[in-house]
Design a protein around this ligand. Structure first.
Ligand SMILES: Cc1ncc(COP(=O)(O)O)c(C=O)c1O
Length: 288
């Protein structure tokens, strides 16, 4: 050792080349700059509710911490939390899931990540109803899939039109990812709006549906929230119903998301969160 500092340039993994800086972060930075300049901006970037986490939730968390519930939980969530999720799906969505058909992760984002990591092979296509939360395309790409944008036209209330969906489906389509109410457009699907979409899916049994219901509780103008597996029970066997507490209860920092879906997918997602990387383990990669 001669005491000089050694230089070692960091080389990012090749897979990072497929994803850029989060558009949401760029929007946030641009909004902060405009605010500093004194411009009156309403930021529609990060989906942060404008109320605080309810007191009963804070108190329950404090009690749980004091009771020592601070150890590793089961990967797919504690039995008590899973039972509460089963009950939520039954009460609010009329969906009946068994405990082994629900799973929990650190936010709906991690649920989507686990689901795509567990299901996509290179070249598999995921149909995204544009405009969408930009993270969707990044997660699909990092999981090896190909995002396929289908524009939701203004004349259709920024909702996905059945004929546009039909045209986008190929033999490589694995998923349609639908988000209602939508971030960023706010477009929401009543039962009548959703029915033409479920009819297309019924005609294409190889296409699964990921229903991102995270904004379920933020509905206006008397709209009755519905989710696809509820209005078309025959799709339930190939639907992942995704939700979480971030938006409904202003708990964005708590990182709790959950999903209900077929047992085989839920089990694969659990395996995925144990051994997340689809690439060989470092020891294997370093073999000569
Ligand atoms: C459409 C959509 N889905 C999912 C999420 C992720 O939510 P979570 O905080 O549960 O990871 C967001 C967050 O902004 C979102 O806008």
């Amino acid at each position: 050792m001669d005491g000089t500092t050694q230089q070692s340039d960091f080389r990012p993994a090749g897979r990072l080349g497929s994803i850029g800086v989060s558009e949401i972060l760029k929007i946030g930075a641009a909004a902060a700059r405009l605010k500093r300049e004194g411009r009156p901006v309403i930021v529609l970037g990060a989906g942060e509710p404008d109320f605080d986490t309810p007191d009963n939730v804070k108190q329950a968390a404090e009690q749980a911490i004091r009771a020592g519930k601070t150890k590793y939980p089961p990967l797919e969530g504690t039995p008590e939390l899973k039972a509460a999720i089963v009950e939520k799906f039954r009460r609010e969505n009329g969906l009946s899931y068994a405990p082994d058909e629900v799973t929990v992760s650190s936010g709906a984002k991690a649920i989507l990540y686990n689901a795509f990591m567990a299901s996509l092979d290179p070249g598999d296509e995921v149909i995204l109803a544009a405009p969408y939360w930009t993270t969707y395309a990044d997660i699909v790409r990092i999981a090896g899939g190909t995002p396929v944008d289908v524009v939701c036209r203004e004349e259709n209330g920024f909702r996905l039109a059945a004929e546009d969906l039909e045209r986008a489906i190929t033999p490589r389509t694995r998923w349609l990812l639908l988000n209602s109410p939508s971030n960023p457009s706010g477009a929401a699907y009543s039962e009548a709006n959703l029915r033409p979409i479920t009819e297309v899916l019924l005609r294409h049994p190889h296409v699964w549906l990921m229903s991102d219901d995270i904004y379920e509780h933020l509905v206006y103008d008397g709209l009755a929230f519905v989710t696809a597996a509820q209005i078309e029970p025959s799709l339930k066997a190939r639907t992942l119903t995704v939700n979480g507490v971030s938006k409904a209860y202003a708990m964005t920092g708590w990182r709790i998301g959950y999903a209900g879906g077929p047992k085989s997918l839920i089990a694969a997602m659990r395996r995925g969160s144990r051994a997340r990387s689809p690439w060989p383990a470092p020891s294997a990669r370093l073999q000569p």
